[in-house]
Design a protein around this ligand. Structure first.
Ligand code: 5GP
Length: 174
């Protein structure tokens, strides 16, 4: 079967996790299968190769940290982390963003991307788009150019792609 079919078959779904009414999508079965992980790597690498002229992959904590190196190592480009507040050392820049309840803060290290660099942002799942939107704002604060938000999974009904203000590509749609 195709790489996409193998990847889809290794995404698990959990009703009412972490709370009632949420259908949680779990990507870790992919990582438990070397065959599925190789299939996912093919899909991600082929896609980003097609974008051309990508200077860096920016990974969102925490599951983005597992996906981004699959791409950056194959393309020979840097992987740069965006983390929740207080976890990155040295000089940082930050952006506050709204969650369902309360706010959170994303941080990125000074000099991690240079002005004008073309970056792809990667995370496991796009829901409302609030997380990705904040990441894009932070990258633009560094004068980086967000070529695309790339996610493994997209929850279409929530229309997050209308919220993020950059092109979006998803491997699997729900
Ligand atoms: P958003 O900000 O788009 O509403 O939510 C996306 C963020 O929440 C992502 O960082 C993602 O990791 C996490 N997230 C929300 N729902 C799920 C889910 O069903 N499965 C997984 N793996 N992550 C989720």
């Amino acid at each position: 079967s195709s790489d996409l079919e193998i990847v889809k078959a290794h995404i698990a779904s959990y009703p009412d996790f972490p709370k009632v009414g949420i259908l949680f999508r779990d990507m870790f079965p992919i990582f438990q299968s070397p065959e599925a992980l190789a299939a996912l790597e093919n899909l991600l690498v082929d896609h980003v190769k097609g974008l051309q002229g990508v200077d860096a992959v920016v990974a969102l904590e925490s599951r983005g940290f597992l996906l981004a190196p699959l791409i950056s190592s194959k393309l020979g480009i840097p992987m740069v982390p965006i983390r929740k507040k207080g976890k990155l050392p040295g000089k940082i820049r930050k952006v506050d963003f709204a969650l369902e309840y309360g706010t959170d803060t994303f941080e990125m290290q000074e000099n991690s991307i240079k002005p004008g660099q073309r970056v792809v942002v990667i995370d496991d799942l796009l829901a409302t788009g609030g997380t990705a939107k904040a990441a894009c704002q932070l990258i633009r604060d560094f004068s980086g150019d967000v070529v695309e938000l790339l996610v493994l999974m997209e929850l279409k009904d929530l229309q997050g792609r209308n919220n993020v203000q950059c092109p979006v590509h998803s491997i699997v749609q729900f």
